[in-house]
Write a protein that binds this ligand. Structure first.
Ligand SMILES: Cc1ncc(COP(=O)(O)O)c(C=O)c1O
Length: 326
């Protein structure tokens, strides 16, 4: 019988869980590392889950209807995911990108039919930038006011509960099912915090003994670090950072994670190259960061025989201008 998919929305979720056995053997790892390959989602990243859920729920709640314009502050995967589903559902999409975002990011969004602009085009955000006082709240408020003034709908992934909810409903249950319930440690990096919060909430409810490990870039591997080193892209530090740089979901995740591991973009790059050569696994920047932390965990004697699940938000294709694979 023919098997034809007629909506990309059906291709969100149910991503594979992959074990790089050659890498494990070569590195003598005592635990299994199971990688959730999120680039198998339509639009190529984990953000398909949250973007689709936020769009569908806003439509269900009567907040938007086809023909309307949606707005989001994003420079990466959320933008591409929203552009994908907005196109098919008949919405216009305006994306406010972080200043300093690459030309590639503008071009990708334009190709999808979205309208990219810089966050500094919003006067209140520009003012905060000039005063060196930019904050998460300042960005949210600026984009919200812009949307209200134009009669547009602000998706607001940083505060929209349907972001973590997508992971509570899909990512968590998939992991539980794929491991037959045998997941001992869950590892992820953090952007808005939606993935870590939603997934760990579900998994901890099923197994309170499960260990949650949040991963962040070390100081030299963050945007604006002036270290000459790449920043780990698409994610933000969430632990021991000034409150103005934390999102609500990061704060809420605080009682979910049991440990924070910091990784360097240099180590992540080494790990990523090795994985490519041992198993052909082509990880994106934050996936390489999370995997590096998983490897550290897999080396600990107390974790021998355990299953470590690690989130790989996207693959390496969007990071070729970094030093990740050089
Ligand atoms: C590459 C990459 N990794 C990780 C994340 C983390 O996702 P979340 O926003 O759910 O914390 C994102 C989100 O933007 C991302 O683009």
């Amino acid at each position: 019988m023919a098997k034809i998919t007629k909506s990309l929305e059906e291709l969100v979720g149910n991503t594979p869980l992959f074990e790089p056995v050659n890498y494990e053997k070569k590195n003598n790892l005592g635990a299994s590392i199971l990688v959730k390959l999120e680039w198998f989602n339509a639009s190529g990243s984990i953000k398909a889950r949250a973007a689709l859920n936020m769009l569908v729920e806003a439509e269900k709640e009567g907040k938007i209807k086809p023909g309307d314009t949606i707005v989001e502050a994003t420079s990466g995967n959320t933008g591409i995911a929203l552009a994908t589903f907005a196109a098919a559902r008949g919405y216009k999409f305006k994306a406010f990108l972080e200043n300093g975002s690459s030309q590639e990011r503008f071009d990708i969004l334009k190709a999808y039919g979205a309208e990219p602009a810089l966050q500094s085009e919003i006067p209140s955000i520009k003012k905060l930038m000039d005063e060196n006082a930019l904050s998460i709240d300042g960005i949210i408020e600026g984009v919200k006011n812009y949307s209200d003034e134009h009669g547009y709908f602000f998706i607001n992934q940083m505060q929209n509960e349907h972001n973590p909810e997508a992971h509570y409903r899909t990512t968590g249950p998939e992991i539980l099912e794929q491991t037959d319930g045998k997941v001992d440690i869950y590892v992820a990096m953090v952007g808005t915090g939606g993935t870590l919060l939603g997934t760990s909430k579900f998994l901890k409810e099923k197994n309170p003994d499960l260990k949650i490990v949040g991963v962040q870039a070390d100081e030299a591997s963050r945007i604006g670090a002036d270290s000459g080193q790449d920043a780990i892209d698409g994610v933000a530090p969430f632990s021991n950072v000034p409150e103005r740089f934390t999102t609500p979901f990061m704060l809420e995740s605080g009682d979910k994670y049991d440990e924070v591991i910091e990784v360097s973009s240099l180590t992540a790059s080494k790990t990523a190259k090795e994985l490519l050569s041992t198993d052909g696994l082509f990880l994106g920047s934050s996936a390489a960061g999370a995997f590096t932390a998983a490897k550290e965990l897999a080396k600990r004697p107390e974790n021998k025989g355990k299953n470590i699940v690690v989130i790989a938000p996207d693959d390496g294709t969007k990071y070729m201008s970094l030093n990740l694979y050089k």
